[in-house]
Design a protein around this ligand. Structure first.
Ligand code: ADP
Length: 574
């Protein structure tokens, strides 16, 4: 059967209407697809509002509701748009409250219809995100044919587009948040750095003030020794400007006589990399030179590079006092020596007298031999030789005495302690005999020499011998034994040991003996031991006493053997 005209007309109209719906749907789809481009740079609420406005206009709805979560899944916002009619039956808040109750359930369990103020409304919920984690879009209409297939499609596409837009917005806001956080941190760090710089600057200023204010010479130099800073006191003291003192300029203030030693010392400290000190004279602004102790301390940075910090201490008065003390000690030693000589006068007179009387006797004999009828020339010659020998002996005694008596200045030489001791024994032998002292000598054969002042060392030995003789002067119940020994001590020292059998001393008071003016003798001065100790210490040695197990005391003198002492001792042994 052929279609009638009416049927054809109806079919044509239906196709026409369908075509229109499709065209509209395509137009709406294009509109919805374009939304993300409009949303670029917008926040979630702007996206939500524009989405609802668009679909409300496109789909002839009575309301559209969008619930959004934030990136962590917590509620972010709810937006509702209503048609004019819906606005008269329910406020957006009422609608939202009704829908929020439904939202708590799962989407597939959502009702398809709602009653709002007695009106039946069809609704279509659409999830944003796979599980609705981004949000929920709900569209509602009084129309009985809602939602049509194309409307459902459009709403789903709109929900997808919103999801894309929101994710982009979140990403953007996250980027902005990160950027803001970064800015905040950079700002905070910059502020901290600025504050730290400020504090550092302040500290530097404070340090500069302190260093400039202290009444001492302070400087710093680079690793190679060139000065890069001198404090105000330094500049004022030497009368140089900062520029003049910089680099090697400050050396200009050193006494010309000290410059080469100064540079040698300074270079040695720099090369060692360790703290050190030395003395030099520095010129004051008025031209006067004073002695200073220069002390330098290295300070390395994390890379091990060496800057030097130093201070100079005025030791002029101390050094002068030291010199005066040394002079006073030398004077005292001389007085002590003269006093000892005074005590020895009788013995010395006897010592000289012996050769003199020998000379007189031999001279008479010589004359007699020559004046005989038959002159005995051979005998006279022999007698004259004896006179010469005796005269030499007397001269030796006198010259020994002269050196002991008159010498005041110190002179350093290699001293053989064995022969120095023997000379003293020759001078004191009469005294020893008179005091009935039995002397035992135990002198080492391979004794190295010591560097020192022979006369001063002899003075020490003489003091110790005479003290021993005096300590034994009252001894009657045993022999008055005196042992003088020399030996090598460990660690390159030479030791002289003087042991007597006298009264001894309280072992707990051995240090007291060396105090100046300590004496237990009625005619004593109490300076012999203290002077002896200062002489020995001046030779970098030690002098000490020990009480014997039996009667008497033992005195020890230890002096470092001379620089070449060991080699010379080995040579003499060969
Ligand atoms: P002085 O002989 O004028 O008293 P010294 O300084 O030589 O001065 O000695 C100080 C004191 O040390 C002596 O008075 C004495 O008491 C004690 N002394 C020194 N040598 C000996 C010794 N060999 N034995 C015991 N006592 C000694």
């Amino acid at each position: 059967m052929l279609p009638t005209d009416d049927w054809l007309i109806m079919q044509t109209e239906q196709l026409h209407a369908e075509n229109k719906r499709l065209q509209r749907c395509v137009r709406d789809l294009v509109g919805i697809m374009a939304l993300p481009a409009i949303w670029v740079g917008s926040g979630p609420s702007r996206i939500a509002e524009s989405l609802l406005d668009s679909i409300l206009a496109m789909l002839d709805l009575d309301f559209a509701y969008l619930h959004l979560n934030d990136a962590s899944g917590n509620r972010l916002l709810d937006v509702t748009r209503s048609s004019q009619w819906a606005g008269t039956v329910a406020s957006p808040q009422e609608l939202e409250a009704t829908l929020a109750r439904c939202r708590l359930g799962r989407t597939k369990e959502w009702p398809h219809r709602l009653t709002v103020d007695g009106n039946d409304i069809a609704i279509l919920p659409v999830r944003l995100g796979l599980l609705g984690e981004i949000g929920l879009l709900v569209a509602g209409s009084r129309r009985t044919d809602f939602p049509r297939q194309t409307e459902a499609l459009l709403l789903n596409v709109a929900a997808n587009q919103a999801t894309i837009g929101l994710q982009a917005a979140w990403q953007l806001s996250e980027q902005k948040r990160v950027a803001r956080e970064l800015d905040r941190r950079v700002e905070a760090r910059t502020r901290e750095l600025a504050e730290a710089n400020e504090e550092l600057l302040q500290r530097k200023l404070d340090f500069q003030l302190v260093v400039d204010a202290i009444p001492a010479i302070v400087w710093s130099s680079l690793a190679d020794g060139r000065a890069d800073f001198v404090n105000q006191h330094f500049r004022r003291y030497v009368g140089l400007s900062t520029e003049e003192a910089r680099d090697w300029g400050w050396v200009g203030a050193v006494h010309p006589g000290d410059v080469s030693e100064f540079m040698e010392n300074w270079r040695a400290i720099l090369a060692s990399g360790r703290s050190g000190e030395f003395q030099a004279r520095l010129r004051r602004f008025d031209g006067e030179y004073r002695w200073f102790l220069l002390r330098a301390e290295p300070l390395a940075d994390a890379d091990g590079n060496l800057k030097w910090f130093g201070a100079c201490f005025d030791m002029h008065d101390w050094k002068k006092a030291q010199d005066e003390l040394r002079d006073a000690q030398a004077e005292l030693a001389h007085v002590a020596r003269a006093t000892t000589m005074g005590q020895l006068t009788a013995s010395i007179a006897h010592e000289i007298n012996q050769p003199l009387s020998g000379i007189v006797t031999n001279a008479s004999t010589c004359l007699r031999m020559l004046s005989a009828g038959q002159p005995n020339v051979t005998g006279a010659q022999e007698t004259a030789r004896r006179m010469i020998r005796d005269a030499r002996r007397a001269t030796e005694v006198v010259s020994r005495l002269r050196s002991l008596f008159t010498k005041q200045n110190t002179s350093v030489e290699a001293v053989n302690l064995n022969s120095a001791i023997q000379e003293i024994i020759a001078l004191t032998s009469t005294e020893l005999q008179r005091a009935c002292v039995h002397l035992r000598l135990e002198l080492s054969d391979d004794l190295p020499p010591v560097d020192g002042d022979r006369t001063q060392l002899q003075q020490v030995i003489m003091n110790l011998i005479l003290n021993a003789v005096e300590a034994m002067s009252g001894v009657t119940d045993h022999a008055r034994d005196l042992t003088i020994a020399t030996e090598r001590d460990g660690d390159g020292y030479v030791r002289v040991v003087i042991r007597d059998a006298g009264v001894g001393f309280d072992p707990t008071a051995s240090e007291k003996l060396f105090r100046p003016f300590h004496t237990t003798k009625s005619h004593g001065m109490g300076i012999g031991l203290s002077v002896s100790r200062s002489i020995v210490e001046h030779h970098h040695g030690r002098l000490w006493a020990e009480a014997n197990d039996g009667p008497g005391a033992t005195f020890f003198v230890a002096i470092p053997s001379g620089a070449d002492g060991e080699a010379m001792a080995r040579q003499s042994q060969k």
